[in-house]
Design a protein. Structure first.
Length: 302
């Protein structure tokens, strides 16, 4: 039994005439009669009564046709679903990202992707650069957005492209003695407790800050670790130190803090989007297409 046998039986039941059914199917009448006869012999039951007034389903025929119609509907839906999956319209995308990516890059990309691919299941995970890199290398993510490219065993099998550049700025509470300034010099930073990301979580960022301060110079006030830009801003508002982070954290402005440019100007490692090399799946490919459109300066996506 093949799908065409189901279509032939349904058409014959609808038209109640071999000639009309054959014309609707686009085949000659003799082949249709033969195929229906073959189907009845395979099933061991007569599906249609042939009468001078037309061809009508038997009880066995009605039972068969009920499921045949369901099967044809499911087959049609399967073809549609396969096409949608091949175009990246359905499926799942697992994305890991650092908190600062939500401030600039992700709002436009995720909003556009969500509108155009509403049936894709998005699994979104905020995580540090180190944890996001590890999860991508372990196969637990499809995309990781990190500060600096992932490193470690297997990183050579990733495609990593820069999707954003930023510089280092400082944030202070209103009671901080530097709150009235527009800039803060590195020498002033060395005299303050610094609120920074944990080195094991954001190694590229902390390497840049260490280089700025001087590898052998620790802040006199020590350091306070904060895992995301919102916490850095919040702790600075509490007056316990000077927060250091990307310039995009100005988006998280609040009335009880001030943002200061750091001098000398210090570029942070780029925001990097990484995924496994090779032919990307349809959903990942669709996400990359949206990123290309909204981030025209991005190079290296394929």
């Amino acid at each position: 039994m093949e799908a065409r046998h189901l279509r032939y039986a349904v058409a014959l039941a609808e038209h109640q005439h071999f000639g009309r059914a054959a014309a609707a199917l686009g085949i000659a009448q003799p082949p249709l009669s033969k195929q229906i006869g073959d189907l009845e012999r395979e099933l061991g039951a007569r599906l249609f009564n042939r009468t001078p007034h037309g061809v009508f389903p038997t009880a066995a025929g009605n039972a068969f046709l009920q499921r045949a119609r369901r099967a044809l509907t499911e087959m049609s839906a399967a073809a549609v679903d396969a096409g949608r999956a091949a175009r990246g319209e359905t499926g799942r995308l697992r994305l890991g990202f650092i908190g600062s990516a939500v401030l600039e890059l992700l709002p436009s990309v995720l909003s556009r992707f969500g509108r155009e691919h509403p049936d894709v299941r998005m699994a979104l995970h905020e995580m540090s650069s180190a944890r996001g890199s590890a999860a991508l290398l372990a196969g637990d993510l499809d995309i990781a957005i990190t500060r600096g490219a992932p490193r470690g065993a297997g990183a050579e099998n990733l495609v990593s492209v820069s999707v954003g550049q930023d510089r280092l700025i400082a944030v202070v509470g209103l009671a901080n003695p530097h709150a009235g300034q527009r800039q803060i010099h590195v020498d002033q930073l060395r005299a303050q407790p610094l609120i920074v990301a944990p080195p094991e979580e954001e190694p590229a960022t902390l390497a840049t800050i260490s280089e700025l301060l001087g590898e052998r110079t620790m802040p006199l006030g020590g350091t306070i670790e904060a895992r995301d830009v919102h916490t850095i801003v919040g702790l600075a508002a509490c007056g316990i130190g000077v927060g250091l982070g990307p310039a995009c954290m100005r988006v998280a402005a609040r009335p009880d803090v001030r943002f200061l440019d750091v001098t000398p100007r210090t570029e942070l490692p780029p925001l990097v989007m990484s995924y496994r090399a090779g032919d990307p799946g349809p959903v990942l490919g669709a996400y990359l297409d949206v990123t290309r459109e909204l981030c025209p300066n991005v190079r290296g996506l394929r």
